[in-house]
Design a protein around this ligand. Sequence first.
Ligand code: ATP
Ligand code: MG
Length: 426
Amino acid sequence: MSKTFQAVKGMNDCLPTDSPVWQYLEGCLREVVAGYGYQEIRTPIVENTQLFCRSIGEVTDIVEKEMYTFVDKGEDSLTMRPEGTASTVRAGIEHGLLYNQQQRLWYMGPMFRREKPQKGRYRQFHQFGVETFGYPGPDIDAELIALSARLWQKLGFDDKVELQINSLGSNQAREAYKQVLIEYFQTNLSQLDEDSQRRLKSNPLRILDSKNPEMVELIDNAPKFSEHLDQESAAHFTGLCEKLELLGIRYTVNPTLVRGLDYYNRTVFEWVTTELGAQGTICAGGRYDGLVAQLGGQATQGCGFAMGLERIILLLEQQSDFKSKLSASVDVYICGLGEKAEAFSIQYAEKLRNKAPSVKVQLHCGGGNFKKQLKKADRSGAKVALIFGEDEVNAQSVAVKFLRENKPQEMLTAQSVLESIGELLG
Ligand code: ATP
Ligand code: MG
């Protein structure tokens, strides 16, 4: 026997039994962003490596350890996108969407990071994200948070997530704060792990982002950025807090929240849950006012977030009634017994699809007796089976069997079922 293959570690198949929950979530996401007037952008999965190094930052987990990078036939260094913001900014600059304009955009798709696979952490995972450009004030920050809060409400787990916010201030204030941090950590050098010692000089903010449990206390006691915040950023932050209060959105200020990517300034936020163990962040984002200029465009403000869809699905699947939210893949199952009925039913199925395009019609294929066909009908999840035998065809009628209700079978004319399928399905 020849060797069988397995998917690459940390990269998952989405099987037919998994796809209904993905489709449900994707539908909810599309509905929510449409309600805020956002437009979709789709960018390639592969970009020039330098795009990610220059935006995410050389001294970050993603760029140092997690990127899938390859040399394309001895020429360019390319990378499978680890996140969506850099690509969106690149496309925005390249196609003139950002200069002197405002944009509210969204995207959805697979991202790639070479991490240690575990529950809620994969090597191919999926993000939904929004990015806005050309909005300086905290009104847009608040809108992004309101949009995500609306999604949790729609998905039914708004009571399981908490919003944490912080401000990273201006570039200047951050540089000054970095010096303060370096001094603090230098006096506690022996408590820093290897990564953090290496990053101390180049990127001390990353140390605050460490997930090493042995450094929790050290990080908690570190000097807080709020004491070094510049005036304008402080006003921006107060403005955001006021708007969240207007909207009735509860939040916690987390002074050690810095995010794992270098491009953020001012507002950063995360939605976290205690229901998923260590992988508790389901959505994260903030402001990146310097990124467009940093990637060669005319300076303009940016603000966005990304959410991890696998983690959201884990939360959805914890709900006892989540299956009832998913739509069945088949509504009507059509059986044909014998040659004459088979010929009739294949045409009838097409007629039904013409009449009722939103109804999901599955035609029995492969012959077989009544019992076998009904078994398939039941397994399909359909509500109703339409059964044709030779007698029915001769009489232009059909037997209607209700598969999920305790109702007697009915004999109706084939034509009337075409007209009233919606009512039959309830
Ligand atoms: P984490 O702290 O969990 O590593 P992160 O800060 O690296 O997350 P971001 O780059 O901000 O994550 O990405 C936004 C969201 O994407 C995360 O909050 C999470 O929900 C999801 N995410 C990130 N990495 C993964 C992964 N490897 N597998 C599944 N989801 C992920
Ligand atoms: Mg990470």
